[in-house]
Design a protein around this ligand. Structure first.
Ligand SMILES: [Zn+2]
Ligand SMILES: [Zn+2]
Length: 489
C-alpha cells in the first residue's frame, strides 16, 4: 500500500530536476580509494576516551556555572562573519569556506561561533530573559587554512558565551572556569591577558600604534606592511622574528585606557588574585578580531618546570583557549546595547595536551559485566539476557560474533570486566547463568531470577553506587512528526 504522502514524495522526486541529475561517476574515481579531504581527519581509536572525557567535564562545568546548551547551524550567511570578524583579518580575507547555494544565497561554513551565538541571542529575543544569558556549545568549525601549519581545516571548538553582563567579575569567572576545566582533565595552564580598551579609548591607541609602525615600516615583514593599512592590531599577532623585535617596543594598550576601562581591568585583576588564578599581563595580546573590547585573554599550557629550568629557548606557548569581551557586538548586529564576553577552546589542541599529560589522567574503566555464550541456543538466550541487563541499567559488554568461549574470555579480559556471565546449553535448560569472577577465576551458578539482584550487589560493592546506572526514563515524543517534514528520511 502506498500512503498519500509517499506518493506525493515520489512525484516530487520525479519533478525535481536536481533529483534526476545524478552525479556522473568518472571511471577514474570509481577505481580509486577515497581519502579524507586535505586538512580534515577522522577521530577514532585511543582518542575517543579523551574526547568523551573532555565533553563530560565541559558539560559538568557548564551546568555548575549556569550555562545552557545552544547549537547553531554550521552554515550561516557569509555577511554575518564578514561584518563581525571584519575585513583585514586572515579569517575573512583568506580562510572562509564560502560558496553560493543553488538558491543564490552567499553562505559560509562557520569559522568561529561568537557571531552566530549573538545572532541567535538577538533572533530569539533572549534579552527578554533574565540577564545574563549564558550559552555554551561544542561542534565543528571550518577554516580554509594552510594545513602544513599543523592546523586542520575542520576543527572543533567548545565555548562559553555570556550576554548581558558588564561586570569584571564575569570576565574573571570565565577565566576561573577555564583553568578549572582544563585542570580537571590534568592540564596545568596560565592565563595571559590584556585590555584593549573601548570605543572611547581604543581609537587613541590605534593612532599611537599606527604612528609607531609607520616609523618602523622598513623593519617589518611584507605581510605586516599590508596589515598596517588594513588593521594595525593584526601586526601585533605576527610571529616573524623581525616583527617580534619591533613589537617589543610598541606602545601598549593598557597605557591608553580611559578611566572606565582602567577601573574594569583593575577590578578583574583583583578578582583573579582573590582566587589565586595564575595570570600574566601580556601587553601585546590583542586577538585581532574587530569585535573585541576591553578584556582579551588566552589560556596557555604551563611550561613544564624542568623545561623552564633547563634554560631551553622558550617555544611559543600553546594556547588552548582564547576569548574576550565584545561589548558592542550585539548592538552592532542590530540588537539592543548588550555587553558580552566569551571563550572558545580548540578541542584538538586540548586533546593533544591531554595526550601529553596522559600519565596524570587515568583512562576511565567502567566496571561492566561481559555476556558470553556457547552454542546456538545459548546465543539466543544470551542475546535476551544482554537486553535485560541493559534495561536494568547494568553496564554490559559482549562479543556475540565469536563462537569459542576462550576467544570471548579474551575480549572480556581486554575490557577488564570484573565478571563474565556464561550461558551454555546446560544453563539454558536449567534457567541458570554461570558468573565467573575474572580475577580469581571462581565460577558460581546463579538462578536466572536471582541474577539481577546478585549482579547489582556485586557491582555496587566494587565501586559504590556509581556502577549501576539509573535506567533513563522513556522519552515521550513531543508531537507526532509531520511526514512532509521528514521526506529526507
Ligand atoms: Zn575605554
Ligand atoms: Zn610581520
Amino acid at each position: 500500500m502506498i500512503k498519500k504522502h509517499d506518493r506525493q514524495k515520489n512525484e516530487k522526486g520525479r519533478n525535481d530536476p536536481r533529483a534526476q541529475a545524478a552525479l556522473p561517476i568518472d571511471p577514474a574515481v570509481k577505481a580509486r580509494q577515497f581519502q579524507t579531504l586535505r586538512g580534515m581527519k577522522d577521530v577514532f581509536g585511543e582518542d575517543q576516551h579523551r574526547w568523551f572525557l573532555l565533553e563530560k567535564e565541559a558539560r559538568r562545568s557548564a551546568e555548575d556555572y549556569g550555562f545552557q546548551w545552544m547549537e547553531t547551524p554550521m552554515l550561516e550567511e557569509s555577511a554575518l562573519f564578514v561584518k563581525t570578524i571584519g575585513r583585514g583579518t586572515d579569517i575573512v580575507d583568506q580562510e572562509m569556506f564560502s560558496f553560493e547555494t543553488q538558491g543564490g544565497e552567499k553562505v559560509s561554513l562557520r569559522p568561529e561561533n561568537t557571531a552566530a551565538m549573538v545572532r541567535a541571542y538577538i533572533q530569539h529575543g533572549m534579552w527578554t530573559q533574565p540577564q545574563p544569558v549564558k550559552l555554551w556549545y561544542w561542534g565543528p568549525f571550518f577554516r580554509y587554512d594552510r594545513p602544513q601549519a599543523g592546523r586542520l581545516r575542520e576543527f572543533h571548538q567548545l565555548g562559553f558565551e555570556v550576554l548581558g553582563d558588564a561586570s569584571p567579575l564575569a570576565d574573571a569567572l570565565l577565566m576561573i572556569q577555564a583553568v578549572e576545566l582544563l585542570g580537571s582533565i590534568g592540564i596545568t595552564v596560565d592565563v595571559e591577558l590584556n585590555s584593549i580598551g573601548c570605543t572611547t579609548c581604543r581609537p587613541t591607541y590605534i593612532e599611537q600604534l599606527t604612528q609607531y609602525y609607520r616609523e618602523h615600516r622598513s623593519s617589518i615583514c611584507a605581510e605586516c606592511k599590508k596589515r598596517l593599512g588594513k588593521n594595525v592590531l593584526r601586526v601585533l599577532d605576527c610571529k616573524e622574528r623581525g616583527c617580534e623585535r619591533i613589537k617589543a617596543e610598541a606602545p601598549q594598550s593598557v597605557d591608553a585606557l580611559c578611566e572606565a576601562c582602567k577601573d574594569h581591568f583593575m577590578r578583574l585583576l583583583e578578582y583573579l588574585d582573590e582566587r589565586d588564578v595564575p595570570y600574566m599581563l601580556q601587553p601585546t595580546l590583542v586577538r585581532g578580531l574587530d569585535y573585541y573590547t576591553r578584556t582579551v585573554f588566552e589560556i596557555v599550557v604551563r611550561e613544564p618546570e624542568a623545561a623552564a629550568a633547563s634554560g631551553a629557548a622558550p617555544a611559543s606557548k600553546l594556547a588552548l583557549a582564547g576569548g574576550g569581551r565584545y561589548d558592542g557586538l550585539v548592538e552592532f548586529l542590530g540588537g539592543r546595547p548588550t555587553p558580552g564576553l566569551g571563550i572558545a577552546f580548540g578541542i584538538e589542541r586540548v586533546i593533544h595536551a591531554v595526550r601529553n599529560a596522559a600519565s596524570t589522567v587515568p583512562e576511565p574503566v567502567e566496571k561492566r559485566v561481559f555476556v558470553a555464550q556457547l552454542g546456538e541456543a545459548a546465543r539466543r538466550s544470551a542475546l535476551k539476557l544482554f537486553g535485560k541487563l541493559r534495561q536494568q541499567g547494568i553496564p554490559v559488554a559482549h562479543s556475540f560474533s565469536k563462537d569459542g568461549l576462550k576467544a570471548q574470555l579474551e575480549v572480556a579480559n581486554a575490557l577488564k570486566v570484573p565478571y563474565t556471565l556464561i550461558v551454555g546449553q546446560k544453563e539454558v535448560l536449567d534457567h541458570t547463568v554461570l558468573i565467573r569472577d575474572m580475577e580469581g577465576g571462581v565460577q558460581e551458578i546463579v538462578a536466572e531470577d536471582r541474577l539481577i539482584s546478585e549482579l547489582q550487589r556485586r557491582l555496587s560493592e566494587l565501586n559504590g553506587v556509581k556502577a549501576v546506572r539509573v535506567p533513563a526514563p522513556p522519552i515521550e515524543p513531543d508531537e507526532p512528526l509531520d511526514p512532509e517534514d521528514i521526506e529526507v528520511l
